[in-house]
Design a protein around this ligand. Structure first.
Ligand code: NAP
Ligand code: FE
Length: 360
């Protein structure tokens, strides 16, 4: 068993402002990496620029990170970072800018390397990274992963180099005005991380501890997904659950629902959390009978009385996506060609079992 989580996390109101000196210690000039709109609307970008200005730290902004960022987008931002002479990177936004920030930090540091190194099994260093999450799903602020869209392979894939952000500045206030669809999809991504990590071949008591508490915290904050008024602290609870689940997958990796989801996102444009969520009931159904007690306990912690109730929740929240038989076949065979992912669940992932995870 091992436990390694080197990211320094501050989760509190005004985390960015309160810890600006620590952020400034990471370098002299930052590249802020963010999406086109939301970080301007929820105040996170302004908080970061104000924090840098207050500490006399220069910065440049790359604000063109698209959802499910591509390798090309990373290379474009890295070029800007090199030109601007930055020596650290700040990711502001959901998993897309946060993941992109890690890959960009790597490509700025290794200035003479081409994009191929992202997917080569060699060990490279990266510039320091700060992450400021504004969604409650990926946990990317505490994971060593950066998932990019690969046009060459027509799918999404985590880059080969793994490194943790140096600093995570977490503040639930950025979620307060987010549309319910963003909260729902990303909360369900975090739910996927919890379930996939909890029932993972590499799970340990450390990772299960993280999942178990993440499930309780998540279960206590999901009233707003059903349209109820959020209670004081609910956004922070969802973010905390998402960070805990991120720490759990940092130790285990994700499993089949994530592997299957990449097809739906790449080919059908389905948002990440929704794409993962559609496979979760099938994943839970596939768990061997001897895990019945653990499954019941996990579902209870999350606030579900039964598997049927959980399935109803997923249907109500996510609806359906239609795929032809041929598309389902293509999606399943993509995963069957990935032995690393097939080895992740605690059951044998035969083609039949994997196919059964697609809800019809
Ligand atoms: P996202 O792709 O970062 O953002 C989705 C949408 O939400 C964008 O339109 C974004 O707008 C908007 N948005 C973000 N924060 C908002 C806020 N506070 N209020 C209103 N709108 C907001 O979504 P995500 O689900 O967080 O990230 C998905 C990516 O993370 C995928 O590429 C996935 O593969 C990856 N991921 C990574 C890990 C990991 O361990 N590293 C784990 C799971 C998933 P803007 O574009 O304007 O910002
Ligand atoms: Fe995910």
């Amino acid at each position: 068993m091992n436990f390694y989580m080197p990211t320094k996390v501050y989760h509190e109101r005004e985390a960015v402002k309160n810890h600006r000196e620590e952020m400034a210690l990471l370098g002299k000039k930052a590249l802020i990496v963010t999406g086109a709109h939301s970080s301007r609307e929820n105040g996170s970008l302004q908080d970061v620029t104000e924090a840098l200005e207050a500490t006399h730290t220069s910065y440049a902004i790359f604000d063109r990170v698209e959802e499910n960022p591509t390798v090309a987008c990373v290379m474009e931002a890295a070029l800007l970072g090199r030109k601007e002479g930055v020596d650290f990177v700040v990711g502001v936004g959901g998993g897309s800018p946060m993941d992109a920030a890690k890959a960009i930090a790597l490509m700025i540091q290794n200035r003479d390397s081409s994009e191929e190194v992202l997917y080569q099994n060699i060990s490279l260093r990266a510039l320091p990274v700060v992450e400021v999450p504004t969604t409650c799903g990926t946990g990317s602020e505490v994971t060593p992963y950066a998932i990019l869209t690969r046009r060459d392979k027509q799918t999404k894939q985590s880059i080969s180099q793994k490194f943790f952000p140096d600093l995570a500045l977490v503040d639930g206030k950025y979620l307060e005005k987010a549309p319910l669809s963003v909260i729902t999809n990303t909360a369900i991504d975090a739910l996927g991380h919890m379930l996939e990590s909890c029932f993972h071949a590499k799970a340990t008591d450390y990772s299960r501890m993280l999942c178990q508490y993440a499930m309780e915290v998540w279960g206590a904050a999901t009233g707003m997904l059903y349209g109820m008024e959020p209670e004081e602290g609910d956004y922070d609870r969802l973010l905390f659950a998402s960070s805990l689940a991120g720490m759990a997958i940092s130790h285990t990796s994700t499993s089949l629902p994530h592997a299957l989801s990449y097809y739906l996102t790449y080919h059908k444009g389905v948002p990440h959390g929704k794409a993962v969520g559609l496979f979760l009931p099938g994943f839970v159904r596939a768990l061997p009978e001897q895990y019945e007690i653990q499954v019941t306990m996990a579902l209870r912690a999350l606030g579900f009385g039964s598997l049927e109730q959980f399935e109803g929740f997923i249907r109500e929240m996510l609806g359906t996506v239609s795929l032809t038989e041929e598309e389902v076949g293509e999606m399943v065979s993509g995963v069957m060609a990935n032995p690393e992912k097939l080895s992740t669940p605690i059951f044998e992932a035969t083609e039949e079992v994997v196919r059964e995870m697609w809800p019809v």
